[in-house]
Write a protein that binds this ligand. Sequence first.
Ligand code: AMP
Length: 468
Amino acid sequence: MSRKPAKKIKAEIPPNKEEATELKNKSANLHLLKGMKDILPSDQKYWDFIFDTVRNLGTDYSYSRIETPVMEQTNLFVRTVGKETDIVEKEVYTFTDKGGESVTLRPENTASVARAYNEHGFITFPQPVKVYYYGPFFRYSRPQSGRYRQFWQFGFEVLGEEHPVVDAQLVFLAHQFFKAIGLKVSIQINSIGCPSCRENFRQVLVDYFRSKKRNLCEDCKRRLTKNPLRLLDCKEAGCQEISQEAPQIVDYLCEECREHFVQVLEYLDSLEVAYTLNPYLVRGLDYYTRTTFEIWPEAEEISAQSSLGGGGRYDNLVESIGGRPTPAAGFACGVERIILRLKNKNVPVPQIPPPDVFLAQLGVSARKECLKLFEKFREKKIRVAEDFAKDGIKDQLSRASKQGVKLAIILGQKEILDGTVLIRDMEDGVQEVIDAQKIVPEVRKRLEKLKGEEKGDEEEKQDEGKVN
Ligand code: AMP
């Protein structure tokens, strides 16, 4: 069989500016969907920082991780989030799958967690069941800064306990998260009572808003008959102004709900968590009962899309989708908005450390040897960078210094014959010949020395800071 020589692709020559623009234009027909976002390698340090913090808090406060699918039966969200809510009415990605079933990309996770609680018999576990999650969510809303059609949330949920201390602990956990990542936030809190307190409040609220009907937005006019509590949640400036004077639900709480709320606040006071009472905080979802809270950037002019997170109690949700009566509470935060805020405030985040060594090679035998050497380093947990497809040492070393690597190992024809390698200090360029057999322990020794020196420099800087 005759084989045609493979066509050589000019991949090693990077495109110049004009070629890069041409390539970009050519690919413009296939682009990101509106409201969707690529999370690029340059941003990963923010994502790692957030998820590492979430996982650490999960472990510290004994929450287990749960992951539910991104797609659920449409009815799950209709029955929990609510038919009359903006999310279900306008924002869900719903379609009929090939089997004829109506499915929805999850717009939030509490409903799915409740479904999983019922479906996997979590009720038989010691209560409360504490879980956390992070993942992508989908809402078809108008994209703008901090509002996407696919966005990430993390959240913590406690199912099977109605004690007010749980609500306070959740608010505290949210507070601890923001403290851990170095963002100052303010916490707003309210109680929207149970369905029976809301029944009393509903009529008072309807009477108030009916008298202002002329000035309400079209959505709110509909809400008057369908879901009056949500009038308080409208983001239209005109409606918000009217809401300022509206009756407050806390004045209509039943005895038990009032006592529950008072206790939540008392626990928060004893934890020394600062909060603001916001009597109009109802949250946009139907399943909430009693405590509701939101996390906002500190000293920020409040705009519709700047809340960083929110949550509350949802005592009837598990039962509403077929489970036993199960009181529960939780909260979720939006990752993109937190990252935007970290960037705006120049909050330092841990950098992804550069590789420990760079393996540079010259010639086919050296390249083969380096492929094996790479694995030896990896086994010893020494992180190696390489560019084995390159031939020139200069190119390889320039890549090593761009990556911030401290040591380079150089292997050429001569070294292969002598059974040696060159070890190069990338900072001062000094090279030494080392016995190839001893290279791994030698690199480890040098890395430890370099780390010791860096630590010393760091401490010296801190001492100087103290003196000054
Ligand atoms: P919610 O489930 O609406 O209470 O949202 C909780 C948090 O998720 C919000 O405070 C935001 O940080 C974030 N979030 C909600 N919707 C979006 C969106 N469309 N784009 C980006 N983040 C969002």
